[in-house]
Ligand binder design. Structure first.
Ligand code: ATP
Length: 597
């Protein structure tokens, strides 16, 4: 695999989901912390006590030295040594308690963020997900959510505790000797320059790395989905090149962040010795001048060593915190997408009547594929939609289901704009059934209750019986039988029956069948269509008809041609009209008759 020819494909990355701005990320971060403010305060309080206790030992050490210098007794030294022992015990107890609270807090915050993310994903408008591709969403949920979770679980507690320690140790130095505390300043320029250099580049670097991971995800998913097409048209070199390009893009992004780390951390290591050396040199000079005692120099020298551990910790964690914030920006980017229910109407459909008025629609970057469709389907009626390939039938189905909104005109159900209905209301009112029936790797029951979470076993069994899914009653574990994946692969007809049983459970007013039986062999299709009779009873049905006998059975037929309804009427009426439909019917009838013969 060559990784010389770099440049990630721009087309797919341009459609990726948005990334939150810094201010939005800060806001989300603070909002999460505030949601647990009591635990945050408790964790900080416990760690603050631990930090103060750990500053006690160097201070008492200085006092022991000074006591010995002043000819103090063994009892004085013992008392001070006992103080050091007590402080060490306090450090142990409060650090343990603080860490315990902080870890629990981190897990809670991480869980809240995950739940919000999943909730937001489930509420994303379908066109947004389709345009972004599943790769980006997958990377955000499998990569960014755990990374951002680590920010709350480890990054924030580690940095907060270390900052507390630095502040406490610095305060202790100032308390012992403000003059010697100033020695810490020698490390400030180098640390500031190094950290600024790193931070300036790190956010963009890590965001870029994450984006490159998403692009790999997208490319892999596209290659897997199109494996057959690739083999048929011998496109393997093209797909290989696409894979190489995305991997090279990621390699280049990862190499950049590695470069940042390999400059930053060795540079910091060199700066740590400076303050201790300064305290010993300057402290020694002041000691001989009588400005400070030996104990004060010793205390401050120990504190400069002690302060370097949390400082090192902060700088080490800065990278992870940067990564965490970059991941949080991608997680929050999903929250920033307009909620499907934003601006939803309070009105509710009166019945299942479907109406389209002057509907025009264009896919992004393309011209209109629907050119002003007018169509009315009274509640409970069954309309078949026929027409040549590419005429706009599936697009029409998507618009009626509310999965997409028209560029112009309106699609209503029961007199209410379908796209303006809240998501849950829309899902309960209208169901789109396509030829793709996903069977989740879960039990039969889990696959069914997706449509109605409160349904009991008897209701589930009634729905299965209504669609003729007799096989379901012979399963070894009944409704608890695991389906999908390697557990039990279902054939297309059975998968379709599950989809139909879900319709019965969901009980929508309007059902749209888009090529619902197109993938089945004619016998299975006829069986399924018989089962459909029970499913569709009493509902408004819009069926994109591929086999014209389904159209024949409908109350009315709409012939769609080039994005417009060219003919509308009953089967007999359209045959009598002797137009497009009559031609299609004769052609299909001839084919069907010869196939039967
Ligand atoms: N996601 C898409 N992006 C861009 N153009 C699209 C997309 N889906 C469909 N189109 C185009 O819109 C037009 C109408 O397509 P649509 O799938 O609605 O037709 P159809 O009548 O259902 O065809 P078929 O019977 O072959 O499924 C076609 O020109 C098609 O190429």
């Amino acid at each position: 695999m060559s990784i010389q020819t770099v440049n990630a494909p721009k087309a797919s990355s341009g459609n990726l989901l948005p990334i939150a701005e810094r201010a939005e990320v800060r806001h989300a971060f603070v909002r999460l912390l505030l949601s647990e403010k009591r635990r945050v305060a408790l964790a900080i309080g416990l760690h603050l006590i631990a930090a103060v206790a750990s500053a006690v030992a160097p201070l008492l050490l200085g006092e022991i030295i000074d006591a010995l210098g002043a000819g103090g007794s063994v009892a004085d030294v013992d008392r001070l040594a006992l103080g050091i022992g007590a402080a060490a015990l306090a450090v142990l107890v409060f650090t343990w308690a603080g860490t315990f609270v902080a870890h629990r807090l981190g897990e809670r915050l991480s869980a809240t963020m995950r739940e919000r993310f999943v909730d937001q994903c489930l509420r994303l408008p379908m066109p947004v997900v389709e345009r972004a591709g599943s790769g980006d969403l997958m990377t955000r949920s499998s990569g960014d959510v755990p990374e951002a979770g680590g920010l709350f679980r480890d990054g924030v507690p580690q940095v907060t505790v270390s900052v507390l320690k630095v502040v406490v140790y610095l305060s202790a130095m100032v308390w012992v000797s403000p003059l010697l505390a100033l020695c810490m300043l020698v490390a400030v320029p180098t640390i500031t320059i190094g950290t600024r250099w790193y931070l300036k580049r790190a956010r963009a670097g890590y965001l870029n790395e994450r984006k490159a991971e998403s692009t790999i995800g997208d490319t892999m998913a596209a290659s897997a989905d199109g494996a057959r097409t690739t083999a048929t048209y011998r496109l393997r070199p093209v797909r290989d090149r696409a894979g190489d390009d995305t991997v090279a893009g990621h390699w280049s992004a990862a190499r950049y962040t590695l470069f940042l780390r390999s400059v930053f951390f060795p540079f910091l290591d060199g700066t740590y010795a400076l303050p201790t050396a300064a305290v010993l040199l300057i402290g020694g000079a002041f000691y001989f001048d009588g400005a400070v005692s030996l104990g004060m120099v010793a205390s401050c020298a120990v504190l400069t060593r002690q302060i370097m551990f949390p400082l090192d910790h902060i700088l080490m964690w800065i990278e992870k915190v940067q990564r965490g914030f970059a991941a949080l920006a991608r997680v929050e980017g999903v929250s920033g997408i307009q909620d499907v229910d934003e601006g939803a109407t309070d009105r509710r459909p009166e019945d299942g009547a479907v109406a389209l008025h002057g509907v025009r629609y264009a896919y992004p970057g393309g011209g209109d594929v629907l050119h002003g469709v007018d169509l009315e389907v009274p509640a409970g009626q069954r309309l078949a939609v026929v027409g040549p390939s590419g005429a706009g039938k599936s697009t029409l189905a998507r618009l009626i289901s509310g999965a997409d909104v028209p560029r112009d005109g309106a699609v209503t159900i029961g007199g209410v704009d379908v796209a303006a209905l809240p998501l849950s209301e829309r899902r309960s009112r209208v169901t789109l059934v396509t030829q793709e029936h996903h069977v989740f790797t879960a039990t039969l029951r889990d696959n069914l209750v997706l449509a109605k979470s409160e349904a009991d076993d008897a209701e589930l069994e009634r729905a299965l019986a209504a669609v003729g899914a007799d096989w379901a009653f012979d399963l070894p574990d009944g409704l608890d039988t695991e389906l999908g994946g390697t557990a039990r692969e279902l054939d297309a007809a059975s998968a379709q029956q599950i989809a139909l049983a879900r319709i019965i459970l969901a009980d929508p007013d309007v059902v749209i069948l888009d090529e619902a039986t197109a993938m089945l062999d004619p016998r299975a299709a006829r069986d399924t269509e018989r089962a459909l009779g029970a499913v569709l009873e009493g509902r408004t049905v819009i069926a994109i008809a591929h086999r014209l006998h389904t159209a024949h059975d409908a109350d009315r037929i709409a012939v769609v041609e080039e994005g417009l309804v060219a003919e509308l009427g009953s089967h007999d009426g359209l045959i009598a009209l002797d137009g497009h439909y009559a031609g299609l019917w004769r052609a299909w009838h001839g084919e069907f008759a010869s196939a039967e013969a």
